[in-house]
Each structure stands twice: as C-alpha cells, then as structure tokens.
Design a protein around this ligand. Sequence first.
Ligand code: F6P
Length: 323
Amino acid sequence: MKRIAVFTSGGDAPGMNACVRAVVRAAVYYGIEVYGIRRGYNGMIKGDIVKLESHSVSNIVQKGGTLLKSARSDEFRTAEGRKKAFDQLQNLGIEGLIAIGGNGTFTGAEIFFNEYGIPTVGAPGTIDNDLYGTDNTIGFDTAVNTALDAIDKIRDTADSHDRIFFIEVMGRDSGYIAIQSGLGGGAELVMVPETDTAIEEVIETLKSGWTRSKSSSIIVVAEGDEEGGANEVSIKVKEHIPYGDIKVTLLGHVQRGGSPTAQDRILASRLGVAAVEGLMAGRKNVMAGVINNEVVFTPFHDTITKRKPIHPDLIRLVNILSV
Ligand code: F6P
C-alpha cells in the first residue's frame, strides 16, 4: 500500500488529534504517503484533502478537538455523494482509508466499502463509549473526568444549600458517561438508557435520603434516558418532593472538549498505529479496538449493530454506595 488517507467524522472527541498524529507518524515510519481529509465525509466529497507530513502533526498530541475538523454529512448518505467521494479518492490514488469516529462514521464506512471496496480501517473516536469491539473509545475517559470535575463542583454548592441536583451528561443511546461519572462522583442515583429507572424509584430514593437526614442529593441523568433528560425528569419529580430546592444542570458540549487524559492519548496512539498496520496487513471493513489490553479488529457491522452492555456491577454499586 503506497498512499492512504485519514479523516475524523461525527462528534469530535478528545484524543482524535493524538490518533491522527499516530496514523501520520506510523505511515511515515513505514514509507506510506498519507493524506488528511478535512471535515469528514463532506471533505471527501468536496476533495478537501491535504498531504500530511510528520511535522504536520507536531504539537497536537495534547490538544482537544481535531485539526482535521469534523462533520456529520447528509450528502454522504446519498449514492451520488458517495460516488463523488470515490472519484475524489481515485483522482488522488488513495488506496486505503482510516476513519476515526463513532457509529455514524462506521455505518457510512461500511456502505462505502461495500460499494467501492476501498480498504478501510476504523479507530473508535467518540466520547459515548458506545462501540462494540473495544473496552473504551478514544475521548471517553476525558469526558468522564470532565463530567466528574463538574459533579464535584456542583456537590459543593448542593451541600451548602441543601439542594437536589439533576445533572445531565451526554450519551444519546448510552449511559457509559453517566454511570462512570455518577459512580466516581458519589451520585445518589444514575439514570441510563440501558436500564429502566422508573420515576417512582427516583422519588423513593430522594425521600428515603431525606428521612436519613441527607440534605443534598445528586442524580446523574444520561441525555438518552427513556424518562427524558434532566429537565424532564426534574419536572416529573418536583411535585412529589415538597422539601429541598431542585436544580438542573446540563453539562452539554463541555464534555467534548479539553486536553485528552493520558489514557486517551495512549489509546489513541495505539489504535492509530494499529489502523495503519492493519491496512498494511490487508485488513478492511473493520475497526481497531483494545479489549483486555490487546489490540483486536472487529467488523464494522458488529461495531454498529451489537450492543456493548454496561457491566451490571456498576449499576449495583451506585445503589449500594448511596445507602
Ligand atoms: O456522539 C457523541 C455526542 O456527543 C452524543 O453524546 C451527543 O448526543 C451528540 O454527540 C451531540 O451531537 P451534536 O454535537 O452534533 O449536537
């Protein structure tokens, strides 16, 4: 393989830059030319593609965001859009692709591979950690730590004012950020899409805390919980809780930014190199991940269709520890 291209796509995640750097440096190391596609699939369609050298990725390992920029592309969902993208890659003689992103990115990559057969290897870049085929995704650890830092700060003021806080964290279909930041932050309850938490249970938890003289409580709500986000849940609960002031904080996109943690930089570096080596070894239509500290390759189809369950222990622990 002589020439490859790398792109970041979907919601950005801290560590994407470290992964791009690893891809570029590994390609240079192995004597492969490497191009960067800007703004994900949109840039592929428009031909917004630049040659990258080793120095192009200097001083980015520690930076949040993605120097290649990112986008969610509607045009790539169409056959015409994908044809334009293929023509752009053909013109440049690109023989392999490395896609850094989440399930939307790999859904597109699988369709594109089936239509045009350009070997593609993915690296999981999303704060949600909702991809099957890797224990952690790039950006997840940083997002958890960002959420945890915010929860700690909210707990200070919740305690001072004897308040109940509903804190919403990201995770459209996944409760990973919620469960880990909630467990780490000592939340009284965590609401995640993977398990049903009835409103009655929320009310019961708050009431029983109150009778045990808990003056403040933190409930972490994943944005994708089926009872709704933190605003909706707080409204449903409010009329049943006659004591305590109820407040809501939505952490939002703050969770997507910031300098990646050591764990995310290391994971990103491993997977960037693994993706290049995977392409060189003839792998295609797969995502590189790390399971039990070993690099593994999983078909795109499995990464997007199979669900990675939250370990039931984590949910059990939140209940035990909030007694
Ligand atoms: O997929 C990552 C994620 O941050 C989700 O947790 C969130 O629901 C979504 O992206 C938000 O996307 P956007 O920034 O496009 O609104």
